[in-house]
Design a protein around this ligand. Structure first.
Ligand code: BGC
Length: 711
């Protein structure tokens, strides 16, 4: 009898406990569920953090390789991150093995087509969503101040306005699929040479006018994440830089979502948790070093809240995030990649040799160059993509011109070069190994194939040079070449698209998103990698994470002399064409430049003020024989100002498709931002009244129309 009583008592207790467990798990489920407002997401995050133990909070704010840790006791799932802006990178532990290799973002920028940026990113988002990836670790938007930076191909050129326009559309397109964009790398990461030890010394004005605008546009477009960079900014590592992350990113730009540190970029855990960054990646190792002082701190609570708020608001803890219903649309996504190439490849020079009708070729087409047969679809590092159905340049040419007419010779002799009817050279840097163009190092200004190109152009006047690079290179051979094309890294459809341009199936229309300087010594970045003793900063070694010490500046780990070095951005706001214009330096090809197989005429510039806007309009006519796209560019010059300003600055553009003989009225509206500069004294944007000159060009150095206006 007694036994029966005890037994029924136990049943009652366990029933009650189960009921309360069920209740609490329902409560947690409700807290994880996507709400309708940001405020509710914040409240839910705060409530969840209260339910977590200090150890669980600490676990959440240190990364779990490519994502976050799950908090199993409370049923908080992990979220997953992946690289990057040119398509989904496949890591060794990933369960998927097929993703599209899109062209690099720099090529996307050279389309100057914001609708294309939207579609491009939407297609990448579709693959992320299908594979259950929550955050794409892109787009990258460091400004191309330095042609040697190994990661330029991942970024969107030298101009803050063009970069901002492309980034905003990229973010919207990607996030339309539910996948979050991560704006990177905040900020001053314009070189990959010793990137973890370089201190970018940048004026407040240049930060605001040049380096921040793409981030601002991304934030305004609703980006859900930001990644800090490896370098220091004005003396502080960016992931430990409260002024940058809290004051500028959060307060000034109004960013309210997840901020992550770049991989292994945190040196001082205690400083890090106070900066405003929310998660140390790929693990919490710097924080772990100081865990006794960090666990239980209010900063960790804030960080955990921010991670949870972002994921709750994005709906990442709801069960239906992974959605593979669109994964089969491979052809649609490959078509977007191909169209991007068609609009982004830039024809730099054409002595009338292009396009070449395959039927008209008599004699051998000689193909050479280090990229003719290898598949360098992307630059190296975390942005590298592999693709599928890949085609080499040689195979694409054979398909177009006929197998028997095209001959590949790895090391052509002078006789081979002289006797060819035409020569196509495909040249670039490898993505791995010696002389590569890749993350983690900067590259050479001279192409590995420089000697071959020089020899070919001097022996055969029908030599066409096709470049696959993430930026400018020395071109001593330019004068003698018959044609030059900048094909960037084209991903899996790059070779077919380039061939379709060479044969005239498609009219080229891309325009350079950066300047091709003649020699690197002309660049404002020249000398950045020569580390002299006056540029070194001694760092007290006990303040930093010891195992990050392996570097050339440490003479001895035990005596621990540890240095960072300054990269002075002495040109301030005069980056890219702003610099070459100011100094009157001749360049190989200017910003905004690109040829077509047709020609365009500009007429009838009209400027009107309409409320807050300045409405610029003009007629654009295709005066050539074939249809084509033109990218018309609006530059603004402040005629007189209390501070020095660039001779011109891009403030608007439009891609226009015109049939032969067709005219279109182009209208571009400028907001008041187009006329402002950053005032370092009052620390805000300033519009000074006076006259401004509005310039319409088809490149930054080919201004076709201009008119003054008064504001
Ligand atoms: C890169 C980031 C990248 C991360 C994860 C870092 O080395 O700088 O851009 O997203 O690795 O792969």
């Amino acid at each position: 009898m007694k036994r029966i009583k005890i037994f029924s008592y136990l049943i009652l207790i366990s029933g009650l406990l189960m009921g309360s467990n069920q209740k609490s798990s329902e409560k947690i489920k409700a807290l994880l569920h996507k709400p309708s407002t940001v405020e509710k997401a914040q409240q839910q995050a705060v409530a969840l953090v209260k339910l977590m133990t200090p150890a669980e909070r600490f676990k959440l704010v240190g990364g779990n390789d490519m994502g976050t840790y799950p908090i199993e006791r409370l049923g908080i799932p992990a979220v997953k991150f992946t690289d990057a802006s040119a398509g989904v990178r496949i890591n060794k532990n990933d369960y998927y093995n097929k993703t599209t290799a899109f062209p690099c973002p720099q090529l996307l920028a050279s389309t100057w087509n914001t609708t294309m940026a939207y579609k491009f990113a939407e297609a990448i988002g579709e693959e992320c969503r299908s594979y259950g990836i929550h955050f794409l670790l892109g787009p990258g938007m460091n400004i191309m101040r330095n042609s040697l930076c190994g990661r330029n191909f991942e970024y969107v050129g030298e101009d803050p306005y063009l970069a901002g326009e492309m980034v905003a559309s990229y973010v919207r397109g990607l996030q339309s699929t539910g996948t979050s964009a991560t704006l990177k790398h905040l900020i001053g990461n314009e070189s990959d040479f010793n990137r973890r030890l370089s201190n970018s010394v940048i004026s407040e004005r240049a930060i605001h006018e040049i380096y921040l605008p793409p981030f601002k546009r991304g934030v305004d477009a609703g980006a859900m994440a930001v990644m800090t960079s490896y370098n220091l900014l004005n003396g502080e590592w960016t992931a430990e830089n409260k002024k940058l992350v809290t004051d500028i990113l959060k307060k000034e730009l109004g960013f309210k979502w997840l901020v992550m540190a770049d991989w292994n970029s945190v040196w001082n855990g205690q400083k890090f948790i106070q900066s405003g960054v929310d998660i140390e990646m790929p693990t919490g190792k710097a924080m772990q070093r100081d865990s006794s002082k960090i666990i239980g701190s209010k900063h960790i609570d804030r960080m955990a809240e921010s991670i949870l708020k972002t994921c709750i608001y994005a709906g990442y803890y709801d069960e239906n995030y992974t959605d593979s219903s669109k994964i089969d649309k491979w052809d649609k996504r490959a078509e977007i990649a191909y169209q991007t190439n068609l609009e982004g490849i830039v024809l730099l020079k054409n002595k009338g040799i292009l396009p070449i009708d395959p039927q008209s070729v008599k004699g051998t087409i000689l193909v050479a160059g280090n990229n003719a047969t290898r598949l360098e679809l992307a630059g190296g590092g975390s942005a590298h993509v592999i693709g599928y159905n890949n085609t080499t340049y040689l195979d694409a040419l054979k398909k177009a011109f006929g197998e028997k007419n095209v001959k590949y010779i790895e090391s052509p002799s002078n006789t081979d070069l002289e006797s060819a009817n035409k020569i196509f050279l495909f040249c670039g840097f490898p993505s791995k190994g010696k002389n590569s163009e890749a993350e983690g190092l900067d590259r050479l200004f001279i192409l590995p194939d420089n000697e071959l190109i020089s020899r070919a152009v001097s022996l055969n006047s029908n030599t066409i040079v096709c470049l696959q690079t993430g930026g400018s290179v020395e071109m001593i051979w330019e004068g003698k070449s018959a044609a030059i094309l900048q094909a960037f890294y084209g991903g899996q459809t790059g070779a077919t698209a380039l061939t379709d341009i060479l044969t005239g199936k498609v009219n080229p229309s891309g325009k350079l998103p950066y300047t091709f300087e003649k020699k690197f010594t002309d660049s404002p970045a020249n000398g950045y990698n020569q580390i002299t003793s006056d540029k070194l900063n001694r760092v007290p070694v006990d303040e930093i994470l010891q195992d990050n010490l392996a570097n050339i500046f440490t003479t001895d780990k035990n005596t621990a002399k540890f240095y960072t070095y300054n990269v002075d951005y002495t040109e301030s706001i005069f980056v890219g064409y702003r610099w070459y214009d100011k100094k009157g330096i001749d360049v190989s090809f200017p910003f905004g430049y690109g040829l077509s197989y047709t020609t365009f005429a500009y007429e009838n510039l009209n400027i009107e003020k309409n409320g807050d806007e300045v409405v610029v309009s003009f007629d654009l006519k295709n005066v050539g024989k074939v249809a084509g796209d033109e990218i018309a560019q609006v530059y603004v010059t402040d005629n007189e100002c209390s501070v020095e300003r660039p001779l011109k600055e891009l403030k608007g553009f439009k891609r226009v498709s015109l049939k032969s003989g067709e005219t279109q009225k182009v209208v571009i509206k400028l907001k008041s931002d187009a006329f402002k500069f950053w005032n370092e004294t009052s620390k805000n944007w300033k519009l000074e009244s006076g006259t401004f000159n509005i310039k319409i060009g088809n490149s930054s150095r080919d201004i076709r129309l201009n008119k003054d206006m008064t504001l």
